[in-house]
Structures are given as C-alpha cells and as structure tokens.
Ligand binder design. Structure first.
Ligand code: PEP
Length: 247
C-alpha cells in the first residue's frame, strides 16, 4: 500500500506563504501527499497543484449541508474551491470546540454522501492512557463515527491514530504503542465491517512526528503514513520526510 503523508497546518500561513511552500515542495508519485491548510488557502493551493498527485483538503467541515450556521463551511463549499479531502474529528475540534462523537458521525455521514475522501482522527488523552482506557476510547470513537456506514462507504476513508498526549507535545508514541493500537483499530474494523476492509483502510499515525522519529514509525507494516502538524509547516522538514519513504 502506498504510504501517505498528511500536513495539518492548523491556523497557520497566509495564501502567499502557502504558495511559496508548494513552489518548494519536492513530491514524488510513490508517496501520497496531502495538505490541509486553513480554508482561505484552499482554492489558490488547489489551483497550484492541479495536474499533480498532491491533494489539498480541509481541516474540518460542517455536518450540515447549508442553512443558518454562522461561521461554518459545508462540504459543497469545500468541493467548490477544489478541496479533495477533509480531516474530521481532530482532537483540537473535539477538545477545544467540544465536538461530540455524534457530531463527528454526522460529518462522516455527510462526507460519505458527498463522496469526499476523509481522514477520521481518533485517540486517547493522557488521563485515559494512564487509566489503561486507550482501546475502549478508540473503539467508542470508531463505532460512533461509523455507526451508519456499510463497508462500501469506507473506500475513501483513512483513519489517523493521534494520541492527544502526543500532539504538539514532543512526546511521540513509541513504535510499539503505535503498532499495538493500529492492530487494534484493524480488529475493530474487522468486527464492524470485514477483514478485507480493515486491511485496505489506511491507518496513519499522528503526534509529534518529525524527521528524527519519522522512519521508525512509518516503516511499520501497520502504519500507512503520518499526519503531521508542527513539522509540516517547514517545507524543508516536510520534503525530508517525503524522501524518507522508500519506493
Ligand atoms: C496534528 O495536529 O494532528 C499533529 C499531529 O500535530 P503535531 O505533529 O504538531 O503533534
């Protein structure tokens, strides 16, 4: 399976900075390169990469299609400006903006109905980890998010295991933890759908990934790539990580 590298820029960069990043981006066809800038950069960046394999997407979207939802962006609007994927259920959406598992499920359903590829983020916080609740938390997140889906709806889905305690903290999960949790996610997908779906659905790792720890994580068989926040803002670091993915 082709490995994917996903940049989550959060609330960073102007349009000019986004385009300068793309001008310096060194991508190769054997790696899936996904970039999720702020909404305001999507159109310019999508036009810049048109005709290449680089995908530009969004960090979030509404669970509604249109209506009186001040400040929200619908999937139709995203597609209109050229977004070709969307990240859903990021822990900053869950924890800062208090998105519930049910709201995230509505967004997943919307993405599926509108046929936009999505990356669902799941992961436990430090307290849950210390209480040995990682599997329970992740299973709940997956079961709720995918409750209305059938196997065929997962063909455009990726899952990102993003332990909250590792995001932006420099405290990266060990390859052993990542491997165990990714296998567990596969088990849950097998139970919910089928073994085939479980093996076909890419599972990314995210949480303080940088060039120093990238290879040990991404080379694991259970890891289909990485979702990267901080280190994806610097094109030199991002290029370095793309190069580390072997053919
Ligand atoms: C993220 O925002 O999804 C993330 C993994 O951030 P960082 O790489 O900075 O930990």
């Amino acid at each position: 399976m082709k490995k994917n590298i996903v940049a989550n820029w959060k609330m960073h960069k102007t349009r000019q900075e986004g385009l300068s990043f793309l001008a310096a981006l060194d991508h190769t066809e054997h790696v899936g390169v996904y970039i999720a800038p702020p909404f305001t950069l999507i159109q310019d960046m999508a036009e810049f990469v048109r005709g290449t394999s680089v995908r530009i997407g969004a960090q979030n979207m509404s669970g509604h299609n249109s209506g009186a939802f001040t400040g929200e962006i619908s999937v139709t609007m995203l597609k209109d400006v050229g977004a070709s994927f969307v990240i859903l259920g990021h822990s900053e959406r869950r924890n800062i903006f208090l998105e519930s598992d049910e709201e995230i499920a509505a967004k997943v359903e919307r993405a599926v109905c509108e046929n936009i590829p999505f990356i669902l983020c799941v992961g436990e916080d430090r307290e849950e980890k210390n209480a040995d609740e990682t599997q329970e938390v992740i299973k709940n997140q997956l079961v709720t998010a995918f409750s209305s889906l059938t196997e065929k709806h997962l063909k455009n889905a990726q899952i990102a295991y993003e332990p909250v305690w590792a995001i932006g903290t420099g405290d990266v999960a060990t390859p052993q933890i990542v491997d165990e949790v990714h296998m567990f996610i596969q088990e849950v997908l097998s139970e919910m759908f089928s073994r085939e779906t479980a093996l076909r659905t890419p599972i990314l790792y995210g949480g303080s990934v940088k060039p120093e720890n990238f290879s040990a994580l991404v080379e694991l068989k259970s890891v289909s790539g990485a979702l990267i926040g901080g280190a994806s803002l610097d094109v030199k670091l991002f290029n370095q990580m793309i190069k580390m993915i072997k053919d």
